[in-house]
Design a protein around this ligand. Structure first.
Ligand code: NCD
Length: 335
């Protein structure tokens, strides 16, 4: 994929290494605007339809914030019950209607494949903000961008790294999309640590193995953590038939500073797509890690804005015009 302008971003399968580097290079140019050192109005007048039919905080707000940072307006639709989808309208019809009110749409929906179906009826680019257990391409891009930056700080690269993915690898869409992107690199060791019932889908494991990477499967945390990247995930309770079923797995894998010191490398980077489940039954990523310099979770959040700004600039064809619409920031801006 080289020509982003006017294109949907529905799956990581669309993105080859060249497309990924274009997105990352564009994300790097967004840093001064995201940090409020400068502002740009390159999308002045443009409208984002931010349509989230499933729970979301950071993805929804960061899509909106990214669009605002480029000078555009954000129109939000949340919840299926408050939209015509609850009156039996098809995704195609909803798309035909709503896309005539916006220049680009970001969408999350609980069913796998729903965002792609919606895109068939859309007059404007659609960016997948998560479709069921299937994919979460913008999260995977921000995770990959974070991995590249964090490893560069440790004088390492994505090629030859060891990543441990932990938790609900069956229902967690972020690990599905991230694994598919990582498969494009070289000689990676994947430790896939989950309860047996929540293992990574075979389809994703085949993609990794067929690309020549090494896969280690385990249901034990201790002893499998000496990776370069440790990517923890939440038990996706909303995908289980009932809460009791999800409770069986909650709290099974927990990381805290004590375990980190005992089992991780001194510079293992800790990642999580968030939200981390901090209820005491789960406490999957203890707050005592907040002062650990290798905890990258809040850097992931900041990188998410850069990636989403880049995707808007690219799909709307203005990536090369951002600086032409630049001005100074005259209010107090954070350090
Ligand atoms: C993830 C998601 O929605 O898939 N959250 C996010 O977008 N950062 C992970 C999760 O909800 O556990």
């Amino acid at each position: 994929m080289n020509d982003f302008a006017g294109s949907h971003i529905l799956s990581v399968n669309q993105l080859d290494r060249e497309a990924i580097s274009t997105i990352f290079a564009t994300a790097n140019t967004m840093i001064p605007y995201a940090q409020r050192k400068k502002r740009t109005q390159v999308l002045d007048g443009a409208i984002l339809g931010n349509m989230f039919f499933e729970a979301s905080t950071r993805t929804r707000v960061s899509f909106g914030s990214a669009f605002n940072l480029l000078g555009g307006f954000v129109r939000e639709t949340t919840g299926i019950s408050s939209s015509a989808l609850s009156k039996g309208e098809s995704l195609y019809d909803t798309a035909r209607v709503l896309s005539s009110y916006a220049d680009v749409i970001a969408m999350r929906h609980p069913e796998s494949g729903s965002v792609a179906e919606f895109a068939t009826g859309s007059l404007v680019p659609v960016i997948n903000g998560g479709d069921g257990t299937n994919e979460h391409p913008t999260q995977a891009l921000l995770d990959l961008y974070t991995i590249e930056k964090e490893l560069a700080g440790n004088v390492q690269s994505i090629d030859n790294m060891h990543i441990a993915m932990v938790g609900d690898l069956k229902f967690g869409r972020t690990v599905h999309s991230l694994s598919k992107l990582l498969a494009q690199y070289k000689n990676i060791t994947f430790s896939l640590i989950s309860p047996k019932e929540l293992a990574m889908p075979d389809e994703v494991i085949s993609i990794i193995e067929n690309a020549g990477h090494r896969v280690i499967i385990s249901d034990v945390l201790e002893g499998n953590l000496n990776a370069d990247i440790l990517y923890l995930t939440r038990i996706q309770e909303e995908r289980f038939p009932n809460p009791e079923e999800a409770n069986k797995y909650r709290g099974q894998f927990r990381l805290n500073q004590h375990i980190y010191t005992q089992y991780c490398k001194s510079n293992t980077v800790i990642m999580h797509p968030l939200p981390r489940d901090s209820r005491k039954e789960a406490n999957e990523l203890d707050v005592d890690l907040n002062v650990n310099p290798n905890l990258a979770i809040f850097r992931q959040v900041e990188n998410g804005v850069l990636i989403r700004m880049a995707l808007f600039a690219l799909t709307l064809g203005v990536a090369d015009q951002v600086t032409q619409h630049e001005s100074e920031v005259n209010w107090f801006s954070r350090k």
